[in-house]
Design a protein around this ligand. Structure first.
Ligand code: ZN
Length: 294
């Protein structure tokens, strides 16, 4: 029986689990605050102490995996693009490995999500699973035969910065009309304000759309159309067995109805058999996926 330790290192909290890889059961779970204002060394020490406590309860737990927003540069091995900014430019995997006396893997949270849902969630049984995060940002991860495929440049599955409208909104990545700039939560909220709406958040906009408000309806209509175009591009290239949606926007039912129809309209086929499923593991996907890293 393989037991593994996973840690989800977020901006406000750090969650650790001991996972039974055979059935995806969480045997032990612990949360502590990140206290990122106290700096990098404090975070390393907090994560290490958490792992040591988990290891003490399950000494048979073998591997350690860490999931966190941001990425590991394939060129330098250093953290980048983390919103916990004190991690950027630091060699988190090496520093933690030194502190804990064993090698470990650090992956971005979208890849951890995809891995967890592929192995123990909504993607189970699919050989190629495309896991999608749609929330504050838009990311994705690719799992093939139960193993994460991150690619030589570590960008596999990053559909969030595909341009689908060259005249669209500016994106921080330097392009215009990226998927993320059109179908993330902040993008929907900005579009709503541009149409003359107030500062409503995404769930409120969806509620208003369903109640028949014209402005909100247009925002959701555009979301559905852009989602269809963007996901159809990915399906054309990968033809995955399953697409699993996660992140805050995955709760929007319209994506599985009109959104699916839009994917079918744009995909290069006369039918769309690809299942588009909502996640099953909820907020636990990140930490479970971290534990499954190898
Ligand atoms: Zn972009």
């Amino acid at each position: 029986m393989a037991r593994r330790i996973g840690v989800d290192l977020g901006g406000t909290k750090i969650e650790g689990v001991v996972l039974d890889d055979a059935d995806g059961r969480v045997l032990r779970r612990e949360r502590v605050p990140t206290e990122s204002a106290r700096g990098y060394d404090h975070i390393v020490e907090t994560v290490a102490a958490l792992v040591e406590r988990l290891r003490a309860t399950h000494p048979d737990a073998g591997s350690i995996g860490i999931g966190t927003p941001g990425a590991i540069s394939s060129r330098t091995g250093l953290m980048k693009n983390s919103n916990t900014t004190c991690l950027n430019g630091r060699d988190l995997p090496a520093d933690l490995a030194r502190r804990l006396g064993q090698p470990l893997r650090v992956e971005n949270d979208a890849n951890c999500f995809a891995l967890a849902e592929a192995r123990h969630g909504a993607g189970q049984g699919g050989r190629l699973v495309f896991g999608v995060i749609m929330g504050t940002g838009v990311g994705g991860g690719l799992v093939i035969d139960g193993r994460l495929w991150s690619g030589p440049q570590h960008i596999a599955g990053e559909w969030g910065h595909h341009v689908i409208d060259p005249q669209g909104p500016h994106c921080y990545c330097g392009q215009r009309g990226c998927v993320e700039s059109l179908i993330s939560g902040p993008a929907l909220e900005r579009r709503y304000r541009e149409l003359g709406g107030d500062g409503a958040d995404t769930p409120a906009i969806v509620v208003r759309a369903r109640a028949g408000e014209d402005r909100a309806g247009r925002v959701v209509e555009q979301l559905v159309a852009h989602f269809g175009r963007a996901l159809a591009n990915v399906i054309d290239i990968l033809d995955p067995d399953v697409v699993v949606l996660g992140g805050g926007l995955s709760m929007i039912d319209e994506l599985y109805a009109g959104g699916r129809d839009a994917v079918a309209r744009y995909v290069f086929n006369d039918e769309l058999r690809t299942p588009i499923r909502r996640h099953q593991l909820g907020d636990s996907a990140g930490v479970i996926g971290a534990a499954l890293l190898e």
